[in-house]
Design a protein around this ligand. Structure first.
Ligand SMILES: Nc1ncnc2c1ncn2[C@@H]1O[C@H](COP(=O)(O)OP(=O)(O)O)[C@@H](O)[C@H]1O
Ligand SMILES: [Mg+2]
Length: 235
């Protein structure tokens, strides 16, 4: 279980997250929906430890991680692919996976983990020796997701994984997201502006507006609510 209670994130005078309560049961996918500026990235960065929490608590499996530095959260099995593509552009695909592997822990069978990543995205297998900077945007997103998944994290945070990608790539990425949740012990929190897409894989969703949760519920119920996008998402 990943829980945020009364979470507040501020940048100087700007209150980006204003008392959010979310609870994601293990083994499920939760979506954070909202227009640009709603506070999605700030919420996820706070869970990752990349921005300070002004007040409120974050707990994983009952352990309070609110004040824990990001690398220790990583060791607890919290992985993320957040705003901005962070690949080492001059390193190869395989080298990027190795860097992610070393950063997220010690020991283990890297070769087997890389083979699992390549089985998920055969397109990357064919390009394992290519420099990451020479990949297409879609292939880079596959590599970012593969790097986040390399040690089979318990929790995975994905910030707008569809952003800027062609529909065919989006389909592949979301198929992998759904499969990772189905066949593993990975709990996923993903943010999206594309509501239908997020609700197609998520079990539950939270709608953010102005840093507050203004709607929450089961994905199926929200997907069948025609007022959702016009009321909250600026669509
Ligand atoms: N580093 C920052 N410094 C100041 N304000 C920020 C910063 N990052 C985000 N904000 C502001 O916080 C609010 C929420 O932004 P953000 O979390 O990025 O929303 P979203 O990801 O939903 O687009 C916005 O008003 C945004 O302008
Ligand atoms: Mg954002």
């Amino acid at each position: 279980m990943l829980e945020c209670s009364s979470l507040v994130v501020r940048y100087g005078p700007i209150e980006a997250v204003r008392g959010c309560n979310i609870a994601i049961p293990s083994g499920t996918i939760a979506a954070v929906l909202g227009a640009n500026g709603a506070g999605k990235s700030s919420l996820m960065k706070a869970i990752a430890g990349l921005v300070p929490v002004a007040s409120g608590r974050i707990r994983v499996d009952g352990e309070d991680i609110t004040d824990m530095p990001p690398h220790l959260r990583a060791r607890r099995g919290i992985a993320f692919a957040l705003e901005g593509r962070r690949l080492l552009h001059r390193l190869t695909v395989l080298e990027n996976l190795r860097v992610a592997w070393e950063f997220r822990g010690r020991g283990g069978d890297f070769k087997a983990a890389a083979d699992r990543a390549f089985a998920r995205f055969p397109m990357l297998a064919a390009r394992s020796g290519f420099q990451a900077g020479l990949l297409s945007g879609g292939q880079q997103q596959m590599l970012i997701l593969s790097a986040a998944l390399i040690r089979d994290p318990r929790y995975l945070l994905l910030d707008e994984p569809s952003l800027g990608l062609a529909p065919v790539v989006v389909q592949q990425i979301f198929a992998v997201i759904a499969a990772v949740c189905r066949d593993g012990a990975t709990t996923i929190l993903l943010s999206e502006q594309v509501v239908a897409l997020a609700l197609s894989v998520a079990h539950r969703a939270y709608v953010l507006k102005g840093g507050r949760v203004v709607r929450e519920g089961g994905a199926a119920a929200l997907a069948s609510d025609p007022s959702l996008s016009s009321a909250y998402l600026g669509g």
